[in-house]
Design a protein around this ligand. Structure first.
Ligand code: ATP
Length: 730
C-alpha cells in the first residue's frame, strides 16, 4: 500500500464503522484501499481545478504544480494497471471457486453413490453370510442326522439279524428234535405194532402151519386110514379131499389176503407218517420262507436306506461345493469391501480437505445476526411496543454472499436517546436515522433454531474432522441467546450432539471411531464454576495450556463421557440446576455469566491409523448491555466490570488475531490473558479454528441503542478474517 493510500485507509477506519458501507467494509477486509477510476478522475480533476485557481493567484508555484500533476497522472496510470490486474486475478479466483464448487458437487455425488453401493454390498454380504451360516448349519444337522440314522439302522439290522438267526436256529433245532422224536416214536410204535402183528400173524401162521401139519398128519392118517379103508371110498374121499384142500387153500388165500391187507395197513401207516412228516416239513418250509421273505424285505429296506444315505451324501457334497463357492464369493466380497473401505478412507480424506477449503472460502470467522421475534405476552398476541424498523431481504446478497441489515428509528422516539451514532449513514426522507451493517447471514424473527443449525452444521462436521470450533451467542439480556444455544430440544447444544452421533455412525463405515467428552463451565466474575460437578464443590479451577500440542485443560472439572444423542437433555438439566442453586438470583445469574459447553471429539481410523482431535465450544455469553459502572454498586459493580472487560477482551482477541493474520507476523501479541474467557479459549480461537458468532438482537425500539451496540461489536468481529486452519491430526 502506498503511503497516500495508507493515510486514506486509516482515515476511513477512524470514521465510524457505520460509515463502512458494503464497499468500505470490503476494502477493509481485503487489506487494500481501491478507489474507483471515476472517483479517482474526479479527485484528480478537482486537484487540477484547485491547481488552476491557485495558478492565477500564485503563479510563483506554477512549475511545482506541473510536477505534481505529472506525478498524479503517473500514479493514476499505475493504479489503473494494478486495478486491471487485480480485476483479472479476481475473475480467475472466481473461476477457480466455480470449478472447485463443481468438483465438490461431483465428489459429493460420487460419495453418495459410493455410500449407496457400500450399503448394497454390505447388505448382500450380510445376506450371503447369513445364508452360508444357515447352509452350514443344515449340513451339520444333515450329517449328524445321517450318521445317527445309519448307526441306528446298522444296530437294528445287526440286532434283528442276530435275534432272527438265534430264534431261527432255536426253532429249527426244536422242530428237528421234535420231528425226529415224533418220527422215531411213530416208527418205533409202528415197528413195534407191526412186529407184534407180524409176530401174531407168524404165530397164527405157525399155528396154522401146525394145524395144517396136524391136519395133514390127520389127513395123512385119515388118508392112511382111508387108504387103509382103501379104495372103497377113494373116489369119494378124493373128492372130499379136494374139497377140503380147496377149503384149506381158501383159508390160505384168506390168510394171504389178511397178510396183504396187514401189509397195506403197514404201508398206509408208513404213508401217514411220511405225510405228517411232509406237513411238518412244509410248515417249517413256509415259516422258513416267511422268515426269508422278511429277511429279504429288511435287506430291501437297508438297500433303500443306503440309497437314501448315498443321495444325502451327494446332496451334502453338492451343498458343500456350493458352500465353498459361496465362501469364495464371500471372500471376493470381503476383498472388494476392503478395497472399497480403503477407497472410502481416501475419499473421506479428500472430502475433509474439500470441506475445509469450502469453509475457508466461506470465512473462518462468520457472523450471523438473529432478530428475536416480538415477544408474546399472556398469549394475547404481540406486545404493542414500538418496533425498530429493520430492512433486509433473504435474497439481497452482496458480492461476498453477505447480507445487509438497515435499521432505523424515529430520532424523536423518547426511548432511543438522541439516536446518534457514528454508524449513521442515511438521513431518510422521514427524517429517520438509519444504520447499515452487513453480516454473513441474517435470520429473521420467523427463523427457527433448526434453520440456524443448518448453517452451523458445516462447522460441526469440521470439528469431527479435527478442527477447533467456537460458537458464541452475543447480545443484550433477553435477546434470545439462551433460546438459540440451550433450548432443550432445538438449541445448538442438543442439535450439535445429535448431529455428532449421526455422523459418527456414518463415519464408522469408513473405519472411524470416536470418543466424545463433554464439560460445562461457567465464568462468573472472572471465576470458573463447574456446572457438572455436584453443588458445593469448592475446588479451585485453573486453566492449563499445553502450547506444544495446542491443548487446554481445566483442573478439577467433571468430564462426562457422552455416549448417545439423548444425553444432551440431561446434561443441560444438570447444568441449569447447578447454575440456579449456585445463586439466589438464578435468572440474573445466567444473564451475568458466560456458559461454555465444551465437546472434545477424539477420532481414530482403524483402517488407516489416522487420528483426529477436534473441539466444539458452544458459548452463551453474558448479557452485553452497557451498564454505567458509576451507577452500579457492590456486587453488581463487580459483575458489570467483569462482563464489560471479558466481552471487550473477546473483541480485542478476535481483532488482534485478524490483524496478525493480515500482517503475517505470527509473533504479534494476542491478549488472551486479559480475561478468563479468552484465556480458556486460547487454542480454540486463532489460526487453527473456526469461529461463528450469533449476534442476537431485540426488535423493540426501547432496546435500539443496545441493538446498535451489539451490531457494532459484531461488525468488529466480522471485519476480522482468520486464515487457513489445519486439522489437529497426526
Ligand atoms: N426465537 C425465539 N422464538 C421464541 N421465543 C424466543 C426466541 N428467542 C427468545 N425468545 C424468548 O425470549 C425470552 C428471552 O430469551 P433468552 O432467555 O434466550 O434471552 P437471553 O439473551 O439468553 O437472555 P439472558 O442474557 O438473560 O440469558 C425468553 O422468554 C425466550 O423464550
Amino acid at each position: 500500500m502506498d503511503g497516500d493510500e495508507s493515510i486514506e485507509f486509516h482515515a476511513l477506519l477512524k470514521t465510524s464503522p457505520s460509515v463502512l458501507n458494503s464497499n468500505s467494509v470490503k476494502h477493509y477486509k481485503s487489506g487494500h484501499h481501491f478507489e474507483s477510476p471515476g472517483r479517482k478522475r474526479q479527485r484528480i480533476d478537482s486537484a487540477k481545478e484547485s491547481h488552476k485557481s491557485n495558478k492565477l493567484g500564485r503563479s510563483i508555484y506554477s512549475n511545482h504544480s506541473d510536477n505534481m500533476l505529472g506525478r498524479l497522472s503517473q500514479v493514476e496510470g499505475n493504479q489503473s494497471l494494478r486495478l486491471l490486474k487485480l480485476s483479472k486475478s479476481i475473475e480467475q479466483k472466481n473461476d477457480e471457486i466455480a470449478q472447485l464448487n463443481t468438483k465438490i458437487m461431483t465428489l459429493k455425488t460420487q460419495k453418495a453413490n459410493q455410500e449407496f453401493e457400500n450399503f448394497k454390498l454390505d447388505d448382500e454380504y450380510l445376506k450371503w453370510k447369513e445364508s452360508a451360516s444357515n447352509i452350514s448349519d443344515d449340513i451339520d444337522e444333515l450329517k449328524h442326522h445321517e450318521q445317527e440314522s445309519l448307526k441306528t439302522l446298522q444296530d437294528k439290522y445287526e440286532l434283528m439279524s442276530k435275534q432272527l438267526n438265534i430264534a431261527h436256529e432255536e426253532k429249527l433245532q426244536v422242530l428237528k428234535e421234535q420231528i425226529s422224536l415224533s418220527i422215531e416214536k411213530v416208527i418205533n410204535e409202528n415197528v413195534y405194532k407191526y412186529q407184534a402183528e407180524r409176530h401174531q400173524l407168524s404165530e397164527k401162521c405157525e399155528d396154522l402151519e401146525k394145524s395144517i401139519k396136524g391136519q395133514e398128519q390127520d389127513l395123512n392118517r385119515k388118508l392112511i386110514k382111508l387108504k387103509e379103508e382103501h379104495n372103497k371110498k377113494l373116489i369119494q374121499l378124493s373128492s372130499n379131499m379136494d374139497e377140503t384142500v380147496v377149503g384149506l387153500q381158501r383159508d390160505i388165500e384168506t390168510l394171504n389176503n389178511e397178510t396183504v391187507s396187514k401189509s397195506d395197513e403197514y404201508e398206509n401207516l408208513t404213508n401217514d407218517i411220511s405225510k405228517g412228516l411232509y406237513e411238518v416239513n412244509s410248515d417249517l418250509n413256509s415259516k422258513l420262507y416267511e422268515l426269508k421273505s422278511k429277511f429279504h424285505n429288511k435287506e430291501m429296506e437297508i438297500a433303500n436306506l443306503k440309497n437314501k444315505i448315498s443321495s444325502m451324501k451327494t446332496t451334502s457334497e453338492h451343498i458343500e461345493r456350493s458352500f465353498e463357492d459361496k465362501s469364495m464369493s464371500i471372500n471376493d466380497f470381503n476383498k472388494k469391501a476392503e478395497m472399497i473401505n480403503v477407497q472410502l478412507a481416501g475419499q473421506e480424506n479428500v472430502r475433509r480437505v474439500l470441506h475445509d477449503k469450502l469453509q475457508q472460502l466461506k470465512g473462518n470467522i462468520r457472523v450471523f445476526c438473529r432478530i428475536r421475534p416480538q415477544q408474546m405476552s399472556n398469549n394475547k398476541g404481540p406486545d404493542k411496543e414500538n418496533l425498530i424498523s429493520m430492512d433486509f431481504s433473504d435474497d439481497d446478497f452482496n458480492d461476498d454472499a453477505s447480507q445487509d441489515l438497515v435499521i432505523s428509528k424515529d430520532p424523536f422516539d423518547e426511548n432511543t436517546g438522541n439516536g446518534q451514532s457514528s454508524y449513521s449513514l442515511h438521513q431518510s426522507k422521514k427524517n429517520n436515522m438509519s444504520y447499515k451493517f452487513h453480516f454473513d447471514k441474517i435470520f429473521s424473527p420467523d427463523s427457527l433454531n433448526e434453520d440456524i443449525f443448518g448453517e452451523l452444521s458445516q462447522l460441526i462436521q469440521s470439528s469431527l474432522d479435527g478442527k477447533n470450533v467456537c460458537v458464541f451467542a452475543y447480545g443484550q439480556t433477553g435477546s434470545g441467546k439462551t433460546w438459540t444455544m440451550s433450548h432443550p430440544d432445538t438449541g445448538m447444544i442438543p442439535l450439535s450432539i445429535q448431529m455428532i452421533f449421526d455422523n459418527i455412525q456414518e463415519l464408522s463405515l469408513k473405519g472411524w471411531s470416536y470418543s466424545v467428552e463433554g464439560q460445562f463451565l461457567e465464568i462468573y466474575n472472572e471465576t470458573i464454576v463447574d456446572l457438572l460437578s455436584p453443588v458445593g464443590n469448592s475446588k479451585k479451577h485453573e486453566i492449563k495450556h499445553d502450547d506444544i500440542n495446542d491443548k487446554t485443560s481445566v483442573t478439577n472439572v467433571a468430564t462426562i463421557n457422552v455416549t448417545c444423542k439423548n444425553q444432551a437433555k440431561s446434561i443441560l438439566e444438570k447444568a441449569s440446576k447447578n447454575r440456579s442453586t449456585a445463586s439466589t438470583r438464578s435468572n440474573e445469574r445466567s444473564s451475568r455469566s458466560h456458559s461454555i459447553f465444551i465437546l472434545k471429539l477424539l477420532g481414530k481410523n482403524i483402517e488407516t491409523g489416522e487420528t483426529s482431535e477436534g473441539s466444539l465450544n458452544l458459548i452463551d455469553l453474558a448479557g452485553s448491555e452497557r451498564l454505567n459502572s458509576s451507577q452500579a454498586k457492590g456486587e453488581r459493580l463487580k459483575e458489570t466490570q467483569a462482563i464489560n472487560k471479558s466481552l471487550s477482551c473477546l473483541g480485542d482477541v478476535i481483532y488482534s488475531l485478524g490483524q496478525q493474520q493480515q500482517s503475517g507476523q505470527s509473533q504479534q501479541h494476542i491478549p488472551y490473558r486479559n480475561s478468563k474467557l479468552t484465556y480458556l479459549l486460547k487454542h480454540s480461537l486463532g489460526g487453527n479454528s473456526k469461529t461463528l458468532m450469533f449476534v442476537n438482537i431485540s426488535p423493540l425500539s426501547k432496546n435500539f441503542n443496545e441493538t446498535v451496540n451489539s451490531l457494532r461489536f459484531a461488525t468488529k468481529v466480522n471485519c476480522t478474517k482468520i486464515g487457513s486452519s489445519k486439522p489437529n491430526s497426526r
